[in-house]
Design a protein around this ligand. Structure first.
Ligand SMILES: [Zn+2]
Length: 276
């Protein structure tokens, strides 16, 4: 126990040192998120409103503790290059608020029990066994049960669990990091169904008003076009196609909106500013 604590201390010390260096590299300015899907013309007014909202800059570089779980033959089945590529995409998606992530610590868990990861039973187990305090712990596993989860994270707890498919799909890691910083799905209904005319957008849906009402499953074709005529009493659905917090295909990916970025930024400042 004391040995591992010491090891963590040394690692943390190194990472804090890295942070102070990186924090001196100031960005010249945050890039504005790209306009959402141009094929979808119905939400043009929503997008204009979003693009004029201010984006704050955190200028933070947060430490990741990566834990790679191997299969029964002790094979990780994911390469460092795949992880690094995915991390670069993650950093691109969070660049508008000057929030980035780097691998501070990485280990391999040679325990294939966790390769097919049982979300309910094994999350507390790996927390007790492997979690590095005050870092974002990323467990990379073969699959998650119950299927078809590709990954999961919550707005509390310092962890997320990603399958190989999640790491390599170009959208999923940022989606889970969105959950980590409190974002809901664009089609969320737990707090009420968001109306197409956005009149209840503060309270219902994802509680973000520059993400138009969405549904799941969504009628999005391989050309990233909305093919449905789904509607509610206030109009026809016209969501942002491919928003990171949607379940639309990863190939249709479009960036976080300003509303989503600012919600994550405020969640970080209010509840997660203890992270190294
Ligand atoms: Zn999700």
């Amino acid at each position: 126990m004391s040995i591992s604590s010491c090891k963590y201390y040394i690692t943390l010390f190194f990472c804090i040192g890295s942070f102070s260096v990186f924090s001196q590299v100031k960005k010249s300015g945050a890039a504005a998120p790209k306009q959402a899907n141009q094929k979808n013309t119905h939400n043009a007014s929503v997008q204009r409103a979003a693009s004029t909202a201010p984006i704050k800059c955190l200028n933070k570089k947060l430490s990741l503790a990566i834990h790679i779980v191997t299969d029964s033959l002790n094979h990780p089945n994911i390469s460092q290059a795949q992880i690094n590529t995915a991390l670069a995409t993650l950093n691109t998606d969070f660049a508008p608020i000057c929030l980035s992530f780097f691998i501070c610590k990485q280990d391999t868990i040679y325990n294939y029990k966790y390769y097919q990861f049982n979300q309910i039973q094994e999350t507390p187990e790996v927390h007790n066994l492997y979690e590095v305090q005050n870092m974002i712990n990323v467990y990379i596993v073969g699959s998650i049960v119950p299927a078809p989860e590709a990954g999961f994270a919550g707005k509390t707890g310092n962890f997320m669990v990603l399958t190989h498919g999640c790491v390599t799909d170009g959208k999923c890691w940022s989606h889970e990091m969105g959950h980590f910083f409190s974002l809901a799905h664009t089609f969320e209904t737990a707090n009420g169904v968001e109306l197409v005319n956005e009149s209840n957008c503060i309270a219902a849906g994802d509680s973000i008003c520059d993400t138009p009402a969405d549904i799941n499953p969504a009628p999005v074709n391989s050309n990233c076009q909305w093919t449905g005529t789904n509607h509610d009493a206030t109009g026809y659905y016209a969501p942002i196609i491919g928003n990171i917090m949607s379940y639309h295909p990863a190939v249709c990916k479009t960036p976080f909106t300003v509303g989503q970025l600012n919600k994550m930024l405020n969640w970080y400042l209010s509840y997660r500013n203890y992270l190294y």
